[in-house]
Design a protein around this ligand. Structure first.
Ligand SMILES: NC(=O)c1ccc[n+]([C@@H]2O[C@H](COP(=O)([O-])OP(=O)(O)OC[C@H]3O[C@@H](n4cnc5c(N)ncnc54)[C@H](OP(=O)(O)O)[C@@H]3O)[C@@H](O)[C@H]2O)c1
Length: 308
C-alpha cells in the first residue's frame, strides 16, 4: 500500500511517500481501506519525536490518528462486514492512518452516517472525540452556562463551539481577525480578536473554559472564571496547568476511544448539532506541506488527506 511515513524523527522533510506492507486483520480487528485521514497537531509532535513513549519505536512509522473508510477484511470475532463505511480514531498512543489501509479493533470504529462524506467524517473524528470528551464529559457544561473556548478557528475548538451551542450554552471564543466571521458562522455568541484585545480584560464570570491553545493563553484563562468555575486544557501536555487561585478547578480531559464515543459524534451530526469544519485537502505525497501548515498553528478548520 501507499503511505506517508518516517524513517527517523525530525522536521517535515523527514516525511516520505512510498510503499509499505499491507496490514492484516488480527482477532477482533478489521482492515479499513482508508478514504480520508486528517492532520492533527499530535502528528507533527510525534514526527518531531516529542513523545517520550515513542523513544523506542521501530521505523518506518506512519503518523496519523483518525480516518474514514470502508472495511475490506474482517478478523475472527469482529462484528463488522466487508463494505461497511466506518470512521474512527486509533487506540490511545497509536499512530498510523496516513496510508491506504489500516488494521484496527472493530470495537473502536462506528458506522459512518450516509449523509457525511469520508472527508468530513475524518474531519470530525479526533476533533469530535476530543471536544465531546472535554465539553460534555469533563467540563459537564450545562444549558445556560457561559464557556470561553480558546482558539475557536482550530479543529477541536470549531467542533466545541458548535457542540456547546447544541448543549444550550453561551459561547465566547478567541481567534485572529481573519477568522472572526468563520467562528461566528459556527455559532459563537462573542468573538475576541486576540491580537486586538486581551481576553482577560473583556471576559469575566465564565462557568467554564476550554483551552486548545496552550502556553500563556492557558495559564491566563483561570482569570475569566467565576468562583467554582472549571477549566479544561488539551494543549498543555499531559497535565493541566496549576490554577493561580484556589476557587476554580483545572482539568485535563482523558480522551478514551470507543465505538460509543464515535456514535455520539454521528448522533450529534445527524441531529444537526455540528456541521463539518472548513477543510483543506492534501494528497498523501504532500504530507510535509500539510505538516508545515499545521505546525504554523494559523489556519482554520482541518487539513485532510484525500487517500482514495
Ligand atoms: N486528545 C487530546 O488531548 C488532543 C486532541 C486533539 C488536539 N489536541 C491538542 O489541542 C491543540 C489544538 O489542536 P487542534 O487540532 O484543534 O488545533 P489546530 O487546528 O492545530 O489549531 C490551530 C488554531 O489555533 C488558533 N490559534 C493559534 N494561536 C492562538 C491564540 N493565541 N489564540 C487563539 N487562537 C489561536 C489558530 O487560529 P488563528 O489563525 O485565528 O490564530 C488556528 O485556527 C493542539 O495542541 C493539539 O495537540 C489534544
Amino acid at each position: 500500500m501507499k503511505a506517508a511515513y518516517i524513517e527517523k524523527f525530525g522536521g517535515p522533510e523527514v516525511l516520505q511517500y512510498g510503499d509499505l506492507p499491507d496490514p492484516v486483520a488480527g482477532p477482533g480487528e478489521v482492515v479499513v481501506d482508508v478514504h480520508a485521514a486528517t492532520v492533527n497537531a499530535a502528528d507533527w509532535k510525534f514526527r518531531a519525536g516529542e513523545y517520550a513513549r515513542h523513544s523506542n519505536v521501530k521505523f518506518p512509522q506512519i503518523p496519523g490518528r483518525d480516518f474514514s473508510g470502508v472495511v475490506s477484511a474482517v478478523g475472527d470475532g469482529a462484528d463488522l462486514k466487508v463494505g461497511d463505511a466506518v470512521f474512527g480514531v486509533l487506540g490511545a498512543g497509536k499512530e498510523g492512518t496516513y496510508c491506504e489501509k489500516i488494521a484496527i479493533p472493530a470495537a473502536l470504529v462506528a458506522k459512518k452516517p450516509d449523509g457525511l462524506s469520508h472527508i468530513n467524517a475524518a474531519a470530525l473524528a479526533l476533533t469530535g472525540l476530543t471536544a465531546i470528551n472535554s465539553v460534555e464529559d469533563t467540563l459537564k457544561l450545562q444549558r445556560g452556562e457561559t464557556i470561553l473556548i480558546q482558539g475557536g478557528a482550530g479543529g477541536v475548538a470549531g467542533f466545541a463551539i458548535q457542540f456547546a451551542k447544541y448543549l444550550g450554552a453561551r459561547v465566547i471564543t478567541t481567534c485572529s481577525a481573519a477568522n472572526v466571521d468563520y467562528v461566528r458562522g459556527l455559532g459563537a455568541d462573542q468573538v475576541i480578536d486576540y491580537n486586538a484585545q486581551n481576553f482577560t480584560r473583556v471576559v469575566s464570570g465564565c462557568d467554564a473554559v476550554f483551552d486548545t491553545v496552550g502556553g500563556d493563553v492557558a495559564k491566563q484563562s483561570f482569570a475569566v472564571l467565576k468562583p467554582g468555575g472549571r477549566a479544561a486544557f488539551i494543549a498543555s501536555g499531559a497535565e493541566a496547568p496549576k490554577p493561580d487561585r484556589s476557587d476554580v478547578t483545572a482539568l485535563r480531559p482523558p480522551v478514551p476511544r470507543s465505538r460509543k464515543a464515535m456514535e455520539r459524534i454521528a448522533e450529534v451530526f445527524m441531529a444537526g448539532g455540528v456541521k463539518p469544519p472548513e477543510v483543506k485537502l492534501y494528497k498523501l505525497a504532500q504530507a510535509a506541506d500539510a505538516h508545515r501548515l499545521s505546525q504554523s498553528r494559523h489556519f482554520r478548520g482541518k487539513l485532510v488527506f484525500q487517500v482514495r
